[in-house]
Write a protein that binds this ligand. Structure first.
Ligand code: S3P
Length: 192
């Protein structure tokens, strides 16, 4: 059965989120791709935090890092995360470092369902088409160390954990969807 058929269920129903779903995990884990795929196949709204920040600021993430430093970027990230967590339920692809700020971890825990997409830096590197857009992804060793340092933080906020090793976007999205439906975060409602 195709994704699309499975998503819409019957013409009289649609899928809705009962709370927002935040995707966390290291750079290249697939947060943006998986949330977009789920949005398409389930008919849900999705937003990517880095894209949102870039539009809001009129600057790229790399420019913000260069001009305001990591601390400046993190302050913007917290403001945007809070704003998104207070809006209508949607799928939110977070930046990989969102969990490094204690305030963000509290917002995530209270703001909805958090999906942790686990990945190794080696696999992530192969998935990122342009590493120059990721100011904190330098050498593979450094990236893996950073990934390991963040692991307890990802686990602290996670409601759902999916190991993405060797899986494509479609397979990961199906796994997440199954789990969201099982938990009642994603449910079928009659169309008006
Ligand atoms: C970052 C991850 C990036 C972006 C910024 C910092 C990080 O987002 O927010 O470069 O600290 O891991 P992605 O995880 O979407 O690449």
């Amino acid at each position: 059965m195709s994704e699309r058929k499975g998503a819409a269920a019957t013409p009289q129903t649609r899928l809705e989120l009962t709370e927002s779903v935040f995707f966390v995990g290291f750079m290249g884990a697939g947060k943006t791709s998986v949330s977009r795929k789920l949005a398409r196949t389930c008919g849900l709204a999705a937003v990517d935090m880095d894209t949102y920040i870039e539009r809001d600021e009129g600057r790229t993430v790399s420019q913000i890092f260069a001009e305001d430093g990591e601390a400046g970027f993190r302050a913007i990230e917290t403001r945007v995360l809070r704003r998104l967590s207070e809006g209508n339920p949607m799928l939110v692809g977070c930046g990989g470092g969102v969990v490094t700020t204690p305030e963000n971890r509290e917002i995530l825990k209270e703001g909805g369902c958090v999906v942790f997409l686990r990945v190794t830096a080696r696999e992530a590197k192969g998935r990122i088409s342009d590493l120059s857009t990721r100011p904190l992804f330098n050498q593979l060793d450094d990236a893996e160390r950073r990934n390991q340092e963040r692991l307890p933080l990802y686990l602290e906020v996670a409601d759902i954990e999916v190991d993405t090793a060797g899986k494509n976007v479609g397979a990961i999205a199906r796994e997440v969807k199954r789990e969201l439906r099982r938990r009642g975060v994603l449910r079928e409602v009659p169309t008006q």
